[in-house]
Design a protein around this ligand. Structure first.
Ligand code: NDP
Length: 295
């Protein structure tokens, strides 16, 4: 089995460019999904305190027979745990549930612009965890340009990653370009447009797109594989989710073909400018706050 290509983060840490996501994967299905992913060759798992399945992710990794250092574990601090001491404790909760001493990449799940002081304190806690060797890299998620600008004004460590919604129908070019200038790697969530399926209630959308389907046919690949290849060729990390072993393997099988510049441009041309997920500024403690259980 071929090794996953690696992306070198801005602090020199290497991260497999293609990871496996577990958002909305119920805890009772998470072990088998992560197990299928590790068998398919993924060596990077993306979870979050808010997903309620860190324990099962950790168990699947521990039971896989693959050494801990071979698997890159990424998780996220939820907004209810923002603040300096709270975020340090948030690390402890996640690390204990995952069953690890060190987390490879720990990120803030949301910008929480309505209480950005708490966000800044949370980020300061990530910097402490990094200095103490508790995490190997730190980053953010759902930060727009103004949030990144405000963070960079105060931070001593530039985030390694900004995990944001990116798929052919919503590319957030400006956020990506700003990140690239600062050395922040864009990591695509809903990389095959999953958020548009949940919103529309069925699997249509990007998977049925005629432009993507035609490119897929030309390469003897599936639309999902074409979208994931588009991310990787444009230098993004991507973290597709599935609970189905055949799709999990399909989504990993993207390293044996290459899209042409014209095909990359054609996919770029599908951007609608319409976000599938919530507006980052609408994520507030009042609307989305909920306690993250102790380990
Ligand atoms: P994805 O773009 O990964 O799409 C997932 C959806 O597509 C699921 O409904 C899945 O169904 C289906 N699917 C997966 N593979 C295929 C395939 N090959 N063919 C057809 N259908 C397929 O969307 P997600 O929103 O799950 O995003 C991926 C990951 O990104 C999450 O799991 C999470 O780790 C992260 N994320 C982060 C967010 C953040 O705020 N930071 C927000 C949202 C996601 P099935 O499981 O039935 O196969």
């Amino acid at each position: 089995m071929a090794d996953t290509p690696l992306s070198t983060l801005n602090n020199g840490v290497e991260m497999p460019v293609l990871g496996f996501g577990v958002f909305q994967t119920p805890p009772e299905e998470t072990r088998s999904a992560v197990d299928a992913a590790l068998r398919a060759g993924y060596r990077h798992i993306d979870t979050a305190a808010a997903y309620g399945n860190e324990r099962e992710v950790g168990e699947a990794i521990a039971n896989s027979g693959i050494g801990r250092p071979e698997v890159f574990i990424e998780t996220k601090i939820w907004i209810s745990d923002y603040g300096y001491d709270q975020t340090l404790h948030g690390f402890d909760k996640s690390a204990r549930k995952l069953g690890v001493d060190q987390i490879d990449l720990l990120i803030l799940h949301q910008a929480l612009p309505t209480e950005f002081d708490r966000t800044l304190q949370a980020y300061r806690a990530l910097e402490t965890l990094l200095a103490d060797g508790k995490v190997r890299a730190i980053g953010v998620s759902n930060f727009m340009v103004d949030h990144l600008t405000a963070l960079l004004d105060q931070a001593t460590v530039i985030p390694a990653v900004n995990q944001i919604e990116v798929h052919p129908y919503f590319t957030q070019h400006e956020v990506q370009a700003f990140g690239a200038r600062q050395g922040i790697l864009t990591q695509a969530w809903s990389p095959i447009g999953g958020i548009t399926f949940y919103r529309d209630g069925e699997h249509t959308s990007t998977l049925q797109d005629p432009v993507i389907r035609e490119i897929a046919q030309a390469h003897g690949k599936t639309p999902a594989q074409v979208m994931l290849r588009w991310h990787v060729q444009q230098g993004r990390s991507a973290i597709p989710k599935s609970t189905k072993p055949a799709r999990i393997a399909e989504n990993f099988d993207i390293f044996d073909f290459e899209l042409t510049d014209a095909q990359l441009d054609a996919i770029d041309g599908l951007d609608t400018g319409r976000r599938g997920g919530p507006e980052p500024a609408d994520i507030t403690l009042a609307n989305f706050g909920r306690p993250i259980p102790e380990a």
